[in-house]
Design a protein around this ligand. Sequence first.
Ligand code: NAD
Ligand code: DAU
Length: 361
Amino acid sequence: MQATNQARSPRNILITGGAGFIGSNFVHHWCGQYPGDRVVVLDALTYAGNRNNLVDLEGKANLRFVQGDICDRALVDQLFQAENIDTVAHFAAESHVDRSILGPGAFVQTNVVGTFTLLEAFRQHWMNRGKLESDRFLHVSTDEVYGSLEPNDPGFSETTPYAPNSPYSASKAGSDHLVRAYFHTYGMPTLMTNCSNNYGPYHFPEKLIPLMCINILLGKALPVYGDGQNIRDWLYVGDHCSAIDTVIHRGQPGESYNVGGNNEVKNLDLVHTLCDLMDELAPDLPIRPSRELITFVKDRPGHDRRYAIDATKISTELGWTPSVTVEVGLRKTIEWYLSNKDWWEPLLSEEYKAYYQKVYA
Ligand code: NAD
Ligand code: DAU
């Protein structure tokens, strides 16, 4: 859905992490919806960041890409000032739970210290601009901050107590608390979204859906953690982008909004669906049926059993609802991976192989 039909003033938006999975989808979304806006992307290009995610936007006059770290206060100050930024959409993060188990330090640095750096820089800049009511700082967070649900528990709502279980979710929870505090203490116009699992184009192949799609294409084992009965609530990435757009334009400063697709699926069922869709859509697979590749592997330590989102607040207060069903979204996603081998093949680098070895050996 379109987030706003009303006349709007152009914005100067800083999108952090705009070369990552969701961030790059959001850059495409924003440039498509608001072609008159100034868009500045700040991304450190870690292993998860990829300039190719934005290649079709290269040369666009009002889009600027800056390679840099959100922890670099001088750089952030300079960008806020030089570009007269009035809106921040903050995606930059270390985002993979398995990597946070292997090495939590980078998660605390980027997710906590990086978010704090951005908040401090924006506070100074917002004060310099005269504390404009229309300015926005939108922090993109996750449902993982709420911990794990029992089978019959209702979905996470905005009042569910925080109970993060992994270094990743604990670092995101820390950043969420800082964002909340900047509204309550300084009146800064912060907003937050806590979203469930995304899938779609430009998804780095360490996460479940792209990893399974690529392994099927390569005839490699499909590693399912534990008994495969963990549940995730899947949302097509384009719907997450429209939700963030909606919150920036219509959300109430100081509020958080849970975003989800109402698509709870057990991991093993999801992998079965991906195998069946691949068997249908991919012309020459090394192993067929793909289900033969499924292998149960050692469980992720501290693996959360179930996530589910209650998205009543964003739907009733802001009028946002998801537009893509999981059936349609998965088919679109597989078609994208089939037509974009040139995008994903270079990502299976030596670094990726070393990481894969550590997690799956
Ligand atoms: P991603 O790992 O694909 O991308 C993260 C991006 O941030 C990369 O481009 C990376 O280069 C950049 N980055 C990392 N550290 C940086 C730093 N110090 N300075 C500047 N840039 C840096 O992540 P994603 O899956 O696109 O997630 C984006 C945001 O959405 C994250 O905040 C994540 O917590 C949140 N989120 C993700 C999901 C999901 O399913 N993927 C769901 C809910 C919320
Ligand atoms: O819920 C939102 C979160 O979703 C985001 O905050 C995170 O940034 C994002 O990475 C994602 O976290 P998950 O840990 O849920 O996603 P992942 O794709 O890593 O795993 C999804 C499920 O699949 C999870 O239960 C673990 C399982 N899994 C994952 C991989 C990579 C497997 O069984 N095998 C695998 O090889």
